[in-house]
Design a protein around this ligand. Structure first.
Ligand code: AMP
Ligand code: MN
Ligand code: MN
Ligand code: MN
Length: 277
């Protein structure tokens, strides 16, 4: 059976490995088809593609787009798109600028909480100057001893509606799907179990995603329980969605599922990669 991992992050967003290091790790872990899906950024794709090719891995262009639905942030993964598509490049650029503005506001909030110079602190963990995220702040808060781990930094400060949270107007679901489809790609709902929707919002989310032409859902993702795997396998069948599999790998270390190290897709589902070549 092919080992497929279509969700991972490099140092071009909030992961720690370079795209070529990720490709090597994917290869060592026996991954046959791999996508790099940095947050709102595709600058890692050329190096990922070249290294994967050298190692005999099938590489798929990917991106994880920050999106708003029902005032909540959701993540839509785009796969197998044209990475030179102008509309996509422009929209990702705008989203990254919104991240810059947010970073200043997060730093202001932290300053009000008695944590000065958090922007400078966070920037020391940023390796791509065009992409700053909450994880970079979390690493700084950990460094100065304000939290005991990254999760704790989100629980106390950075997570949704916590003390230093800044709400964002990311792209709408319609905009995100149109961008991905317009660039010839497939739109995939990332880690569906992580959204705190009411049951009504959740139904609306899947209905609207389907109506807008969304293709697939991550049935197998690292943060899923076995019950989640079963639940989203059923949901994929009910909606006629194709199914994806991704580790959402960010960094080597404890608590992380490694590249390619997840359960396989149930065999009755149509893999999102069935027509990737
Ligand atoms: P951002 O895209 O900058 O808003 O940050 C979102 C990223 O932060 C996610 O992709 C995860 O890498 C990380 N993240 C979000 N929530 C948590 C959490 N509760 N604990 C640890 N990391 C988180
Ligand atoms: Mn992340
Ligand atoms: Mn995500
Ligand atoms: Mn991710």
């Amino acid at each position: 059976m092919l080992n497929v991992d279509l969700h991972s992050h490099s140092d071009q967003s909030d992961g720690v490995l370079r795209a070529d290091e990720l490709a090597l790790r994917a290869h060592q872990n026996g991954v046959n088809i791999w996508a790099l899906t940095d947050h709102d950024e595709i600058s890692g794709l050329p190096l990922a593609n070249k290294t994967a090719l050298d190692l005999g891995i099938t590489f798929i262009n990917g991106v994880e787009i920050s999106t708003i639905f029902c005032q909540k942030t959701i993540h839509i993964v785009g796969l197998n798109f044209d990475a030179n598509n102008r509309n996509l490049l422009d929209a990702l650029n705008s989203t990254r600028q919104m991240r810059d503005a947010r970073a200043s506001l997060v730093a202001d909030k932290l300053s009000g909480l008695g944590v000065p110079d958090a922007l400078q602190g966070a920037l020391r963990y940023v390796s791509n100057p065009r992409l700053i995220g909450r994880v970079h702040f979390a690493k700084y808060l950990l460094e100065i001893g304000l939290c005991k781990n990254i999760q704790d930094a989100f629980d106390k400060y950075l997570g949704d509606n916590k003390k230093a949270f800044v709400p964002m107007q990311w792209l709408s679901l319609e905009q995100t799907i149109n961008l991905i489809l317009g660039a010839g790609g497939k739109a995939v709902i990332a880690h569906p179990a992580r959204y705190k929707f009411t049951p009504q919002q959740s139904n609306a989310f899947f209905d609207v995603f389907k109506d807008l032409g969304g293709h697939a859902i991550e049935v197998i993702t690292a943060s899923n329980s076995q019950d989640h795997n079963k639940k989203y396998a059923k949901l994929a069948l009910r909606y006629g969605f194709e199914a994806s599999r991704g580790s959402d790998f960010h960094a080597p270390g404890v608590g992380q599922i490694d590249l390619g190290a997840m359960p396989n897709l149930p065999e009755n589902l149509k893999p999102v990669w069935h027509d990737f070549s």
